[in-house]
Ligand binder design. Structure first.
Ligand code: HDE
Length: 680
């Protein structure tokens, strides 16, 4: 009989528990369970003699160590993950028969891995890049993987170009530079010669490519998929994740500094938020198009370089995902997790997007080399929470012990089991799309407009966002050595906006295009981050405090905490700082161990007894925050210091009496950045 597996929100966690081990307080043994009496010295012929072949303990320990590494992912190597759960708001039975999308009382366990794309496993996390946003839903009908990015479109239209794109963006092979960066000749040469990339390049040159936090970025399934309901009716669908904290970014100078000061910035942020109970939340959104409306748009819905403007096709929020548990072991879980866009459940199906179709091949193929054989589905993190049975057998690392002599279909010896299940009882049946055509290698006419939506994106940006895009292009192309490539890119992006192309040409010494932009006929406000949710929750504030701080400070800090802000004390040493009334505050960071860029805002308190060195350090924090448009607060001695440095009277700088200070500062922190500040 098939074993019954419990399927509830704890089931994945319980399943993983069986594989966990705590080595503390245990006897040291070999992998065969033999207790060891010694682990510091290899077995030698005499104290000064050669090591003996017979030393099985040495050989086992060293052999295992020699084989500790597995190949890193060819893309998305640098990643970090967490467990959580997904809850549906209302049944989606109208659109899909997927069981986990029927009943709002069912919590589906999930595992989400975020990643950068281009960098190697040890690269910095705040680089300019798309972010992977891959979710594995452990449903009662099998694992469903939504393997998306934080950008809704892709560089190319056909999977066959993926190796070319990745070869171009990865470090150049002759000198292996630069790491985790698109600012080099081969990437931009690819862009200019594969102009379908225009739309995604606009996104990757925008603030979207330098998210403030993995908790503050959107996710997109990118491709058009299909939802199929119990009656067999299908709808086209695009998937979205909307972060409850809003979509926020770093500024480029800050992102670069963080890469050095804390290359683990994003994973630390995610890890600490979960440890603190500030669980990251994302709402699942669907854009739905009826099958009969497939051709009603001025773009092809199969083209992955196109988004569906939210103003035309609204995003329906259907559920919420909460990440509430960190991993126990990064290798076992985050590194060994194997995502695949082809891991679907009944009610979710594919479209003919040629990028998606190619991905359906690539993901299993890559796991075979990365995880060493065909049994990676047996690894604890990859196991479904429902039973799985088939006639697949053996191979590297096989864990299942299949009983009995029969491992083939059709058979009579086991009454022809395991048996296929009819569609009406939950068996997966592919949507019977009618397909006809000639065998061709070509691009559909409907895929040939590469610039309209890139222009739509540009036209939807605020002035500040446009400035950032111009700077990003100027930075990236400024690092390109080939004059020809620089010019090709300027000429290409003149098709998006001549304003953009002219300014970039000016910055890099290329020939600007002639002509002017056509009048703006359409924009999509949803594309601008200016419109996003703004909240003070989980914002980190560096509170710069010296001994003899004023007695009002603890009250201010409490007010900030009540709004979910996280004040962290920064001072000269890690010794507690004392207030005039004898109260003490624990110091979390020193000027040496932290930096302004690692916080969302700076609050300078200081004190009259602080020395000149302290004042300088405090002002360095404030000055840097000022240049990054971050909220700055000051009370007490801090007000005088900011005034003397000329930092006091600018948007987002709050100084004053402690009574009204807290409220105003909280407001400034909620705004996240103050772009109307004059920064030279
Ligand atoms: Fe991937 N991609 N990809 N990709 N991708 C991989 O699979 C591939 C694409 C995405 O956290 C690889 O297990 C091809 C689009 C994420 O483990 C590989 C094409 C989108 C992750 C692969 C694409 C993605 C990957 C490398 C073009 C957004 C990390 C290791 C046809 C919708 C998943 C692995 C994780 C990883 C192939 C394009 C997202 C080689 C061939 C578009 C989030 O199989």
């Amino acid at each position: 009989m098939t074993k019954k597996h419990p399927v509830n929100e704890k089931s994945k966690q319980e399943q993983l528990e069986q594989f966990k081990t705590d080595d503390r307080n245990q006897a040291l043994t070999t992998n065969q369970g033999l207790k060891l009496s010694e682990d510091e010295f290899s077995l030698k012929a005499g104290e000064r003699g050669p090591t003996l072949m017979e030393d099985f303990h040495f050989r086992e320990k060293m052999t295992h160590f020699d084989h500790e590494r597995i190949p890193e992912r060819i893309v998305h190597a640098r990643g970090f993950a967490a467990h959580g759960e997904f809850e549906l708001y209302d049944s989606l039975g109208e659109y899909t028969k997927a069981k986990f999308l029927q009943n709002p009382s069912v919590k589906t366990p999930v595992f989400v891995r975020f990643s950068t794309v281009a960098g190697s496993k040890g690269s910095a996390e705040t680089v300019r890049d798309a972010r992977g946003f891959a979710t594995k839903f452990y449903t009662e009908e099998g694992n469903y993987d939504l393997v998306g990015n934080n950008i809704p479109v892709f560089f190319i239209q056909d999977a066959i170009k993926f190796p070319d794109l990745i070869h171009a963006v990865k470090p150049e092979p002759h000198n292996e530079m630069p790491q985790a960066a698109s600012a080099h000749d081969t990437f931009w040469d690819f862009v200019a010669n594969n102009q379908e990339s225009a739309h995604m390049v606009m996104w990757s040159m925008s603030d979207r490519a330098i998210p403030r936090s993995l908790r503050m970025m959107e996710g997109f399934g990118v491709h058009t998929f299909r939802l199929v309901n119990a009656e067999g009716k299908a709808h086209f669908v695009k998937f979205h994740w909307k972060p409850v904290l809003g979509t926020h970014s770093l500024v480029w100078d800050e992102a670069q500094t963080i890469s050095g000061k804390d290359p683990d910035f994003h994973r630390r942020d995610l890890w600490e938020s979960i440890e603190n109970g500030d669980y990251p939340e994302y709402e699942l959104g669907l854009q739905i198009i009826a099958e009969e409306d497939e051709f009603k748009f001025d773009f092809d819905i199969l083209d992955p370089t196109k988004l569906w403007p939210e103003e035309d096709i609204p995003v329906k929020l259907v559920g919420k995902m909460t990440l509430n548990r960190n991993v126990d072991n990064v290798f076992a879980e985050t590194e060994q997790v194997a995502f695949h866009p082809g891991h679907v459940v009944p009610g979710i199906d594919f479209s003919n997007d040629p990028l998606l179709q190619g991905r359906l091949f690539s993901y299993t193929d890559t796991q075979l080399i990365r995880l060493g054989g065909p049994n990676f589905h047996e690894l604890p993190i990859n196991r479904p929470v429902c039973p799985f049975h088939n006639n697949q057998r053996d191979g590297y690392g096989r864990q299942t012990i299949n009983k009995g002599p029969v491992s083939y279909h059709r058979n009579s010896l086991a009454a022809n089991t395991p048996a296929p299940v009819p569609e009406s009882e939950g068996g997966y049946a592919h949507y019977q799309e009618k397909v006809e055509g000639r065998k061709v290698r070509s691009r559909s006419e409907s895929f040939k407009d590469h610039f309209s939506q890139a222009t739509l994106f540009w036209n939807s940006m605020s002035d500040t966002e446009k400035e950032h895009i111009i700077s990003a292009f100027s930075f990236e192309l400024g690092k390109v050595k080939s004059k020809s490539v620089q010019q090709q890119v300027v000429d290409m992006f003149a098709n998006v906006s001549t304003v953009l192309a002219k300014q970039v040409a000016q910055a890099i010494g290329a020939t600007p295009p002639s002509g002017e932009d056509a009048p703006v006929t359409k924009s999509s406000p949803a594309l601008s981050q200016e419109q996003t949710i703004k909240k003070p929750n989980t914002r980190k504030v560096a509170v710069i405090v010296a001994n003899d701080f004023s007695s009002d400070l603890p009250q201010v800090l409490n007010s900030l905490k009540q709004q979910g802000i996280q004040p962290e004390i920064v001072s000269t040493t890690l010794q507690n700082v004392k207030g005039t009334d004898g109260s003490e505050l624990e110091v979390q960071h020193t000027f040496l161990t932290s930096d302004s860029v690692l916080f969302d805002a700076v609050y300078v308190v200081g004190s009259s007894s602080a020395d000149e060195k302290f004042r300088k350090e405090a002002l360095t924090f404030a000055q840097e925050a000022f240049e990054h448009f971050k909220p700055i607060g000051a009370t007490d001695e801090g007000v005088k210091w900011l005034k003397a440095a000329g930092l006091d009277s600018s948007p987002g700088v709050v100084t004053g009496e402690t009574t009204r200070f807290a409220d105003e500062f909280i407001e400034a922190v909620s705004a996240h950045r103050h772009w109307n500040r004059h920064v030279i």
